[in-house]
Design a binder for this molecule. Structure first.
Ligand code: NAD
Length: 450
C-alpha cells in the first residue's frame, strides 16, 4: 500500500514524488516511457541543446572576425548536433533516475490504468498498486488534426528531434513559442523558413513591441513571417494554402511543422474516474480535483503548459497531501523563449491594462555597456507599474540571457516591490542586468544612460 501513486514521470510528476518522499510519504511513480516526460525527452532539453549549437554557429559567423578570432571553413554537422542533443537528454534522464533511487521512490515502467480511486493497474504486467492518494500527471501531446494528420510526414515538434537531415526549406504553422524557437534554429543554420501565424502578430500572448522585436530578428535571419494568416490546407507535396488579409497565399517547402499548441493527455480511465474535466482536468489552487484523494498537476490541466509551472504544481500537491496548506500563485509565472535574442516576461501585460493607470519604463540593449562588449544590440527591457502605488505589475525583457535575467522581474511582481525598490538596488557593472535597471529608472523618469 502506497501513500501516493503518481501517474506520469514528467517535471510535475517526478518533482511531486520527490517532495512527497521528503515529507515522509511512501510513493510509487508510474511512467510508460522515459522519466522526464516531454520536457526532458522531446521539449525543453533537446530544443535548448540544438539552439545552443545554432546560436554558437551564428555567433562564430557574425562575431569571430570582430573579436579578432580567426576561424576558417566554418561548417556544421547535423549528426554531431543530434549527438550533443541526445547526450543532454540522456544525462538529464539519468539524473532523474538517480533522484528516484536516492529518494526511495518505486518507479514502475509501464502504463498506469486507474481501476478506481485507490487502485492503479500496470497494463503491461497486470500488477495492481494501491494508494491512498493519486496524482494525475499525464502531460500533453502536440495538437494535430485534419488535414495535417492525414498527410504523411507532417512534423510536430516531436518529429524534429528524430530528423536525420535538415530540410532545405520549412513552413512552420504557428508563430508561438515552438514556432519561434524552431524558426530560430533552422534559419540560424541557413535554411529557408516561413512562419505562418493566425493572430495579429507572432507570440500573440506577448505585448506587440516584444513580438515586433523578435519578428525583426527573425526577418534579419531571413525568416519570412506571415501574420494574420490562417492555414487552410496542405497537400501531399507540402504545398500550404493560407488565407491572409491580402488574399490567398501558397507556400511550398520540403517540410511542414505544425506548432499550433498542445492538448492534454486524458485517457479513458481518467475520464471514467468522475473527475471534473473542462478543456483539462479541473483543480482548485491546492491542485485537488473534485475527488478528495485525487490531485492533478501540469499539462493535463490544460492551463499554463510550462515545465516550471508543472514542477511547482507538483510541490503544492505534495504539501497538501502531506497535510500542509500551500496554494498556487500564478501571478508571477515566468514565460521564456530561447530565440536569439531571448525573450522573457512575467506578470501582467501592457496590452491588458488601462494606459491611464500605469507607468511604463523601457531601456534598450543598445545602450548597455556589457552588450556592446558582446557585439549585441537587439532588444530592450520593459517594466509596467501601477501609476499610484508604483508597484511592479509586469516585466519583460528581450536580450541575450533574458531567460536568466527574468528572475528579477519575477521577484518584483511576486512580492509587490515598487519601481524605486528595484532602482535603489545596486546592479553590478558591467552586466546585462543594467538594461533592467535602466527600464526601472526610466519608469521614474530618471534613466541615467539614455
Ligand atoms: P503556442 O500556444 O505557444 O502557439 C501556437 C500558435 O499557433 C499561436 O500563436 C496561435 O495563434 C497559432 N495558430 C493556431 N492555429 C493556427 C493556424 N491554423 N494557422 C496559423 N497559426 C495558428 O503553442 P506551441 O508553440 O505549439 O507550444 C505548445 C506549448 O508548449 C505551449 O504551452 C508552450 O508554452 C510550451 N512550450 C514552452 C517552451 C518554453 O517555455 N521555452 C518551449 C516550447 C513549448
Amino acid at each position: 500500500m502506497y501513500d501516493v501513486i503518481v501517474i506520469g514521470g514528467g517535471p510535475g510528476g517526478y518533482v511531486a514524488a520527490i517532495r512527497l518522499s521528503q515529507l515522509g510519504k511512501k510513493v510509487a511513480l508510474i511512467e510508460k516511457n522515459h522519466l522526464g516526460g516531454t520536457c526532458t525527452n522531446v521539449g525543453c532539453i533537446p530544443t535548448k541543446a540544438l539552439l545552443t549549437a545554432s546560436h554558437l554557429y551564428t555567433d562564430i559567423i557574425s562575431k569571430s572576425k570582430k573579436f579578432g578570432i580567426k576561424v576558417e571553413n566554418i561548417s556544421y554537422e547535423l549528426s554531431d548536433m543530434m549527438k550533443h542533443m541526445n547526450k543532454s537528454v540522456t544525462m538529464s534522464r539519468k539524473g532523474i533516475e538517480y533522484l528516484m533511487k536516492k529518494n526511495n521512490i518505486d518507479v514502475y515502467n509501464g502504463t498506469g490504468i486507474i481501476e478506481d480511486n485507490t487502485h492503479v493497474k500496470i497494463k503491461e504486467t497486470s500488477e495492481i498498486l494501491e494508494g491512498e492518494y493519486l496524482i494525475l500527471a499525464h502531460g500533453s501531446v502536440p495538437s494535430i488534426f485534419p488535414p495535417f494528420n492525414e498527410i504523411e510526414g507532417i512534423w510536430t515538434s516531436d518529429d524534429v528531434f528524430k530528423m536525420s537531415e535538415l530540410p532545405d526549406s520549412i513552413v512552420i504553422i504557428g508563430g508561438g513559442v515552438i514556432g519561434v524557437e524552431f524558426a530560430t534554429f533552422f534559419a540560424s543554420l541557413g535554411k529557408e523558413v516561413h512562419v505562418v501565424e493566425l493572430a495579429d502578430h507572432i507570440l500573440p500572448f506577448e505585448d506587440e513591441d516584444i513580438a515586433l522585436e523578435i519578428k525583426k530578428s527573425l526577418v534579419k535571419k531571413g525568416v519570412k513571417v506571415y501574420e494574420k494568416t490562417k492555414v487552410k490546407d496542405v497537400n501531399e507535396s507540402y504545398v500550404v494554402i493560407a488565407e491572409s488579409e491580402n488574399g490567398e497565399i501558397e507556400l511550398s517547402a520540403n517540410r511542414v511543422l505544425l506548432a499550433v499548441g498542445r492538448r492534454p493527455n486524458i485517457p479513458e480511465d481518467v475520464k471514467n474516474l468522475g473527475v471534473k474535466i473542462e478543456r483539462g482536468i479541473v483543480t482548485d489552487n491546492t491542485m485537488k480535483t473534485n475527488i478528495d484523494n485525487i490531485y492533478a498537476i501540469g499539462d493535463i490541466r490544460a492551463k499554463i503548459m510550462l515545465a516550471h509551472v508543472a514542477m511547482f504544481e507538483g510541490i503544492v500537491a505534495a504539501h497538501n497531501i502531506a497535510g500542509e496548506k500551500l496554494e498556487m500563485d500564478y501571478n508571477a509565472v515566468p514565460s521564456i523563449i530561447f530565440s536569439n535574442p531571448e525573450v522573457a516576461s512575467t506578470g501582467l501585460k501592457e496590452k491588458d491594462l488601462d494606459p491611464d493607470k500605469i507607468i511604463v519604463g523601457k531601456f534598450p540593449v543598445s545602450a548597455n555597456g556589457r552588450a556592446r562588449t558582446m557585439e549585441e544590440r537587439e532588444g530592450f527591457a520593459k517594466v509596467i507599474a501601477d501609476k499610484e502605488t508604483k508597484k511592479v505589475l509586469g516585466f519583460a525583457v528581450v536580450s541575450p540571457s533574458a531567460t536568466d535575467m527574468i528572475m528579477e522581474g519575477v521577484l518584483a511582481v511576486k512580492h509587490g516591490l515598487t519601481v524605486e525598490e528595484i532602482s535603489n538596488s545596486i546592479h553590478p557593472h558591467p552586466t546585462l542586468t543594467e538594461t533592467i535597471l535602466g527600464a526601472f529608472e526610466d519608469a521614474e523618469g530618471l534613466a541615467l544612460h539614455i
